[in-house]
Design a protein around this ligand. Structure first.
Ligand code: HEM
Length: 415
């Protein structure tokens, strides 16, 4: 056949996360996209998709693309400094969204706040809240895990981790829900404005919390560690602390909520592997990578933006265009994983990139795994005979993840 005359089917006919076929089984669509090329233009998202692991790892490691949302061609205009509200002050030019050099400095400076000791301490703080939440289920015969447990865990964890006093919880809980949308590149201008206003309210609360803590030091939580770091580093300010906390809320809420659902679902589908998965925090760490590989949770991957017109992997990419790194395309590829549809909590991952790689590796990885581990251990301790009540209905309305509408489980308790 004459290759030049071969008609290439538009990729959106073969890969469509909004389709029912994708929800039923996205694996063939992942493969079709990955086989199309290393960097594929995807018209419906107006974005390039980077499909292969060595290229994604290189991009993560060398950071030749920008992570700054304001570099995106469709981002709202970067406002001039005299028009900044607290939101812009926190989001532009600070901490984790800052230019690569400042970002690396911040990561280095804050690393003690994510040390093993601090994570252990945070686990101690979260445990009573988790136990209380699970105890509050009483002797129910069945319940929706998402409504009764998963929805509450991210907020509890982040509040305890940061050290937000409980008196601020009701106020900040409200704003956190919409605030996380400020990180979503696909929302409408109206929703972004609402998210911006909620972020401003969250910032005011955080400023009060910081002032309170300065006046009454002594806790051994994340906020105190950050205030100590601030005293010792001239280039680290209150605004860096605020941005960092906002980033933890933004990056740590939806991710954990999704992880909770898929972890419980995967374990209940494979009850013979629960014991091995929950044996220690380390066995769980591996099991969790397998849960997220086996699941179909990830959709769009991780956004980067071209800082200038440039050639990337043989394609001409224009300044401001979005490039999505999609490491999950490999997850059901038999050339990458042996027998990919088999769930095996002991599968080896070399390398394990669930939490990213390189300078922007997930700062909350240890925290995320610990809180999930803790919740699963306490849940199965309380309900050793837990099982699925029914197969959950998938919900495709989230921009970046496939989740469940509800996850009904039976406790095995007969009243
Ligand atoms: C269970 C779930 C989680 C998964 C799978 C996950 C995964 C990731 C990945 C892959 C990245 C890199 C993104 C990129 O390259 O663009 C990342 C970054 C990040 N994650 Fe997580 N994460 C999880 C939970 C958390 C939690 C609980 C927190 C906070 C407590 C958190 C905070 C962050 C932050 C702040 C960044 C940005 C780091 C930087 O730019 O230096 N994540 N996460």
């Amino acid at each position: 056949m004459n290759v030049a005359n071969e008609v290439v089917e538009p990729i959106e006919n073969l890969f469509n996360p909004a389709s029912n076929e994708y929800l039923e089984n996205p694996a063939p669509q992942f493969l079709a996209l990955a086989r199309r090329g290393r960097l594929v233009w995807y018209e419906p998202w107006q974005a390039w998709i980077m499909t292969r692991m060595p290229d994604i790892m290189d991009c993560w490691r060398t950071e030749y693309l920008s992570s700054d949302f304001y570099d995106w061609e469709f981002a709202p205009e970067r406002p001039p400094e005299d028009k900044w509200s607290n939101y812009e002050r926190a989001m532009i030019g600070h901490s984790l969204v800052a230019d690569h050099g400042h970002h690396r400095m911040i990561r280095k400076v804050v690393s003690p706040a994510f040390s093993r000791n601090v994570v252990d301490e945070i686990q101690r703080r979260i445990k009573p809240d988790v136990v209380k939440l699970i105890d509050s289920l009483g002797d129910l015969e069945s319940f929706d895990y998402i409504e009764k447990v998963a929805n509450h865990i991210p907020f509890i964890t982040i509040s305890r981790m940061v050290g937000l006093p409980e008196k601020y919880w009701p106020e900040i809980k409200q704003v956190v829900l919409t605030f996380t949308e400020a990180w979503n590149p696909t929302i409408s201008d109206e929703r972004r404005e609402a998210a911006r206003q909620d972020s401003n309210r969250a910032i005011e609360i955080l400023q009060r919390v910081i002032a309170d803590r300065r006046a009454n030091p002594g806790e051994s939580d994340f906020l105190s560690v950050l205030l100590e770091i601030e005293e010792e580093n001239e280039s680290f300010s209150d605004w860096d602390i605020i941005t960092l906390i906002l980033a933890l809320i933004g990056a740590g809420s939806d991710t954990t909520l999704i992880a909770q659902q898929w972890t419980l679902y995967a374990l209940l589908k494979h009850p013979e592997q629960i014991e091995a998965a929950l044996e220690t925090p380390d066995t769980f760490s591996n099991a969790f990578s397998e849960v997220m590989r086996w699941s179909y949770a990830s959709k769009m991957g991780f956004a980067r933006y071209a800082p200038e017109d440039m050639e990337v992997l043989g394609q001409q990419v224009k300044k401001g265009q979005m490039v999505l790194l999609m490491p999950h395309l490999k997850d059901h590829d038999p050339e990458y994983y042996e027998d990919p549809e088999r769930f095996d909590v002991k599968r080896e991952f070399k390398p394990d990139v669930l939490f990213g790689y390189g300078p922007r590796y997930c700062i909350g990885a240890a925290m995320a795994k610990r809180q999930l581990y803790l919740t699963m251990v306490e849940l199965f301790k309380r309900f050793p005979n837990l099982s699925l009540e029914s197969e959950p209905v998938l919900d495709n309305s989230e921009h970046n993840a496939v989740v469940f509408r509800e996850l009904l489980v039976r406790t095995g308790i007969n009243k």
